[in-house]
Design a protein around this ligand. Structure first.
Ligand code: ZN
Length: 155
């Protein structure tokens, strides 16, 4: 695929998630919650997770921000629901490394998240793309430490 076609694909995936963000619903029970802020763009996100054992059974993504951060939060809601916290943490770490230029491990299927790596060519947007995932990592830490209250991160 040509670079232009790839750029077009990236844009379409991001715009679709931006226009129809997933995870914008109330969840039955909030077991862990974390919030993140990206001051350089003004993006805000709060993640609420419902957890059974160590499995994420529902995700709510609350917030406002640019198309990239909104799309990233939407993709997060789609990708991590049904996974264990450990799997979700692993995806977040892989995505962080990808945004800093590494290729994903060969067997990894990151779905629409791969489209977001197109954002790497706009360095100022990397923090926008990472915000929901950095916030998820904080939620995982909060869960591991048995904290249920709010965790606020400033990236
Ligand atoms: Zn942003």
């Amino acid at each position: 695929m040509s670079m232009d076609a790839l750029d077009q694909l990236y844009r379409e995936v991001i715009l679709d998630h931006h226009r129809h963000p997933r995870g914008r619903h109330d969840i039955d029970r909030v077991d862990v919650e974390a919030s993140g802020l990206n001051p350089s763009c003004g993006d805000e996100v709060t993640l609420q997770l419902q957890v059974e054992g160590d499995r994420i059974t529902d995700v709510a993504v609350i917030g406002r921000g640019c198309a990239v951060s909104t799309a990233s939060g939407s993709i997060l809601a789609e990708l991590v629901k049904g996974h264990t916290i450990e799997d979700a943490r692993r995806i977040a770490e892989i995505f962080k490394r990808m945004m800093h230029g590494e290729d994903p491990p060969a067997e990894t299927d990151l779905g629409d998240l791969e489209a977001l790596t197109g954002v790497r060519q706009f360095p100022v947007r990397i923090k926008c793309a990472l915000l929901p995932w950095v916030t998820l990592l904080d939620a995982a830490v909060a869960r591991a430490e048995g904290r249920t209250g709010k965790t606020i991160t400033t990236e």
